[in-house]
Design a protein around this ligand. Structure first.
Ligand SMILES: [Zn+2]
Length: 338
């Protein structure tokens, strides 16, 4: 098959690779129906996160089960499935507490920007849809594999509930879907921190009531003005930089909650400041698997349309173009069709 490899900074190649095969009896092979480029793929793409060798790319996927190992019981060939970027057994104590992305047997799923993908721990990782969805549903279902589940976890980690005021730091796909999640969970006021017009528009479509364009201290100041000097009940941090993290913490009222889902790059917090900010902090890699059944239901019922974050659709063979468009912020998120 032809698949996506990263060789070094901004060096994406679509080249011949061996077809994936069952390695462990708990594996499944799926024929990928749709994949995409993640904001987190841009860290190694830009060379911020070093890679030691050519690396298969992509960790968001949905598709049809092609083959299963001899120990797989819950999914069978022909089923349409969605899985998370972390394979999990969904049965260890950590999984039972709802944190499948930190499963005691977790394995990262890589190489999804390809026509075929090996998924480890298939029984615990993959969730089948009741029927094979039509092509029009693919973007919404694909989004559940990572970005939608991550935005959802961000909102839960920030303790979003009916009536609260929320600030969302970051206007990438995860930030936009954190807005959608906060809306679903009944937030009354949702402040999107964004300075890009097309993203502001989608933010409003997803439920943002206010937009703040300022960043850093000015951004915090503006949020305090919008909340009578108090700060928001809930902040969802979806970037992972020092500035965005501090912005989320300082924008939150005493006793409020910060949910952080941006993968941290160089974030370091001051213990004393944290102590006196008096906020709850919770975050980490989203346990997407935990939310898949619920989110699949919401998407199939048309209650959420997370696929709207895909504003560029390319055939898989043009994947390098998809990375470029996101790197240059011309696209929010690139959908890839094998
Ligand atoms: Zn587990």
């Amino acid at each position: 098959m032809q698949a996506t490899m990263l060789y070094g900074p901004r060096d994406i190649r679509f080249e011949e690779r061996a077809d994936p095969a069952i390695v462990h009896p708990t594996d499944a092979i799926i024929r990928v129906a749709a994949s995409c480029v993640c904001g987190s793929d841009l860290w190694p793409y830009r060379g911020v996160q070093k890679i030691n060798e050519p690396t298969p790319m992509g960790h968001e996927y949905c598709g049809v089960v092609e083959e299963v190992g001899s120990a797989v019981r819950n999914v069978r060939p022909g089923q349409f499935v969605i899985g998370s970027f972390f394979a999990s057994d969904n049965s260890c104590p950590v999984c039972n507490h709802g944190y499948q992305s930190s499963c005691q047997n977790a394995e990262f799923v890589g190489g999804a920007q390809a026509p075929y993908l090996r998924v480890p721990l298939a029984d615990g990782t993959l969730v089948a849809t009741p029927l094979t969805p039509g092509a029009d549903m693919l973007p919404d279902l694909l989004a559940l594999s990572d970005v939608m589940g991550t935005g959802w976890f961000g909102a839960l980690a920030a303790d979003v509930r009916p009536g609260v005021t929320v600030a969302v730091v970051g206007d990438g796909a995860v930030g936009l879907l954190a807005i959608l999640s906060a809306r679903q969970m009944g937030a009354q006021r949702i402040i999107a921190m964004s300075r890009h017009a097309p993203r502001q528009q989608l933010a409003r479509e997803f439920g943002a009531t206010d937009v703040v364009e300022q960043r850093g201290d000015e951004g915090v100041q503006r949020i305090l003005e919008l909340t009578s000097g108090l700060g928001v009940d809930c902040a969802i941090e979806c970037v992972g930089t020092q500035e965005s993290m501090i912005q989320a913490i300082r924008a939150t009222r005493q006793g409020g909650h910060v949910g952080y889902v941006g993968v941290p790059h160089g974030v370091s917090l001051n213990g004393e400041e944290l102590f006196f900010e008096h906020v709850h902090l919770h975050g980490g890699p989203a346990p997407v698997r935990n939310y898949l059944p619920q989110l699949i239901g919401l998407a199939l019922d048309g209650k959420i349309q997370p696929g709207k974050v895909f504003d560029l659709r390319l055939p898989l063979a043009r994947v390098a173009e998809g990375y470029r468009a996101m790197d240059e912020r011309r696209a929010i998120k690139t959908l890839l069709m094998p």
